[in-house]
Design a binder for this molecule. Structure first.
Ligand code: PEP
Ligand code: MN
Length: 405
């Protein structure tokens, strides 16, 4: 089963799009796209522009980006408990980093749109039975049954509603005190073309198209082909954009992406989110940062210490807390040695007490550390393992000890 489709991206023509679902009923997709096109955008151009200005400060070395949330949001978890838990944890982390670094921390959730997932295989086999892989709540269901795993375009409407609910919860959250009043933006991977294209609207002031689905959108490691539909789409929208960069990327790949996505060389327009793995970052990052700096391209550099450090333990995907910290530490070290700015971190995390990542808890109460035997007790992620609240806050304290140049 191939998952490459052709999409017409306005002003860019027809482009191949990797990682798209095989919808069983194309007419239903057309109906859903028409519905989405008639719904109000979830975010407006002014807020997107304001985030771009703040990210410009990150690119200039005067601010830090904290981006985090679920790997895959679930529609049924667009609840006050879940959203407020994640946002409160993000806001506390941001406060810790702001005090430590002495610079503003721009706070961006993986929230209100992270409902579509790229997969390494289009199918999943369990006990000899093969079904389509779970591609996020906007596409199909996580449960391993034929009914759930069949892509259903009406799920995109449910994802839109859950995103709208999540945005209301982010805006109306209880604050611990005036010091924690902090603006929280939202971001997700721009993966599902049938969701993103109908939610893209022209800014009435300038005529420029903006994604209405979130403030900051990124292209994943698997969909960052400069000729493909995803990059063509990001090139065209006014929102700030980001690209995930894996260990196999070459300096030329980044220069090409920068030419396509940030031709006017505006600081804050483009962020590179590097996810090489703890053992690789010190070896591959210097050439990437060096080439981009030599080319004079202004980008914000952010470290995703999650996706290069996924391992399987007792049949479950997990990550070691120490590897997560080690990759961030290597990222800071490389930037320190080059005199460039380690601009931020991108985390898969939650405010809940889940048991998905191993370790943490050093020097804290013993029970904070998650052991392999603990993984089944609260493994609730629909996709990749997240740091729990305790692990996220502990990581924040450790990162606070790293110096920016
Ligand atoms: C993700 O952020 O969940 C993801 C799939 O990342 P990447 O594209 O870096 O693999
Ligand atoms: Mn993930």
């Amino acid at each position: 089963m191939k998952s490459v489709s052709q999409f017409s991206v306005p002003q860019a023509g027809v482009r191949p799009a990797e990682q798209q679902p095989q919808w069983p009923d194309p007419e239903e997709v057309t109906r859903v796209r028409q519905r989405l096109a008639g719904l109000p955008p979830l975010v407006g151009p002014d807020d997107c522009d304001r985030l771009a200005v703040l990210l410009g400060e990150v690119a200039r070395g005067r601010a830090f980006l904290l981006q985090g949330g679920d790997c895959a949001e679930m529609v049924e978890r667009a609840t006050p408990a879940a959203v407020h838990g994640t946002v409160e944890t993000l806001v506390r982390l941001a406060g810790t980093l702001e005090r430590a670094f002495g610079m503003p921390v721009v706070t961006v959730g993986r929230l209100a749109g992270q409902y579509a997932k790229p997969r390494s295989s289009p199918v999943e086999t369990v006990h000899g039975r093969t079904l389509p892989a779970y591609r996020g709540d906007a596409v199909n269901g996580a449960a391993f049954t034929p009914q759930e795993r069949t892509p259903d375009p009406r799920r995109m409407l449910r994802a839109y509603e859950a995103a709208a609910t999540t945005l209301r919860l982010v805006a109306d959250r209880p604050e611990a005190g005036p010091r924690t009043a902090r603006e929280v933006f939202v971001s997700h991977e721009a993966l599902l073309m049938d969701y993103e294209l109908p939610l893209t609207r022209r800014d009435a002031r300038t005529g420029r198209p903006y994604a209405g689905s979130g403030h900051l959108l990124w292209a994943g490691e698997r969909t960052r082909d400069p000729q493909g539909a995803h990059i063509a789409y990001l090139a065209r929208i006014g929102n700030p954009v980001a690209v995930k960069i894996g260990p196999g990327a070459r300096p030329d790949d980044l220069l090409r992406l920068a030419r396509v996505l940030n031709p006017a060389a505006v600081p804050g327009r483009l962020t590179f989110i590097v996810r090489t793995g703890a053992g690789t970052v010190r070896r591959v990052l210097p050439d990437l940062v060096g080439a981009v700096a030599d080319a004079g391209v202004p980008v914000a550099w952010v470290c995703d210490p999650m996706h290069g450090n996924t391992v399987r333990v007792n049949g479950r995907k997990t990550r070691h807390f120490d590897d997560v910290y080690e990759e961030i530490s290597g990222f800071f070290e490389v930037h320190r040695s080059l005199g460039t700015h380690p601009g931020g971190v991108h985390l898969e995390m939650t405010g809940a007490d889940v048991t998905e990542c191993l370790g943490g808890g050093s020097g804290a109460v013993w029970s904070a550390g998650v052991r392999p035997a603990d993984l089944p007790s609260r493994y609730e992620s629909a996709c990749d393992p997240r740091l729990n609240r305790t692990q996220a806050l502990e990581l924040g304290r450790l990162v606070a000890g790293l110096r920016t140049p």
